[in-house]
Write a protein that binds this ligand. Structure first.
Ligand code: FMN
Length: 205
């Protein structure tokens, strides 16, 4: 992680072709997930799971439910980024390390739990929104971490959510948010594409 964040953002591409001969170690994969979990979430819910699909068999199952996208087979790993519903139920546990570390008092933690418990149950839209927000922030953090470690990545929403849930035994509270392939780019990838001009997408208020 030696490059400046601005350079990483400017150099990142969505890779379509991956070098099939260069693996990532399990330690590399776990480090990417560790960095991804440093992404922020509402209340520090950490309402996510990461499935690192890296065996040939698991890749074949994932490819079959992601419109046969070849990069799922070619890249050494594709992460299924899962956001979880009913995040309020896990909040006391999620906040405990912050209390134990003296970052927040138990009273403050209890207050946050009360706020979440008052707003999340019975509000499936909010639960889903938070699952998608958390999963998306984790996905982007993971892609930038990969870039910083000298690898390449691509986000994929081209998959069948029901198929992914079935093949990877997701629970009823698990929302597959995005797939992220990571590996070493092979020749032939497009460069980063031009973006719409800032003045077209931004306004001051
Ligand atoms: C949420 C999301 C879903 C995407 N789904 C796919 C996909 O299923 N297949 C694919 O080849 N690229 C997919 N992409 C990659 C985009 O096409 C790519 O990020 C965009 O064209 C910009 O490319 P660049 O980042 O290289 O500039 C996805 C990107 C995002 C953010």
């Amino acid at each position: 992680m030696q490059q400046h964040i601005k350079q990483l953002i400017e150099s990142r591409i969505s890779a379509n072709y991956f070098d099939t001969t260069r693996p990532l170690s399990d330690a590399d994969i776990a480090e990417l997930v560790r960095l991804a979990t440093l992404a922020p979430t509402a209340y520090n819910f950490q309402n996510w799971k990461f499935i690192a699909v890296r065996s040939p068999q698991a890749k074949a199952r994932l490819k079959a439910v992601s419109y046969k996208q070849q990069k799922v087979e070619d890249a050494p790993v594709t992460f299924i980024i899962v956001g979880t519903l009913a995040a309020h139920e896990g909040l006391p546990q999620a906040l405990k390390p912050s209390v134990d570390a003296g970052i927040m008092s138990q009273k403050v933690a209890d207050g946050l739990v009360t706020m979440a418990v008052n707003s999340h149950p019975g509000n499936p839209q909010l639960q889903r929104d938070e699952a998608l927000r958390s999963g998306s922030l984790a996905a982007m953090t993971l892609m930038l971490a990969a870039e910083g470690m000298g690898w390449n990545s691509s986000a994929l929403s081209g998959f069948d959510p029901a198929g992914v849930a079935r093949e990877f035994k997701l629970g009823e509270n698990d929302v597959p948010v995005m797939l992220v392939t990571v590996g070493f780019a092979a020749p032939g990838n497009w460069p980063q594409k031009p973006r719409r001009p800032v003045q077209e997408v931004m306004e001051f208020a």
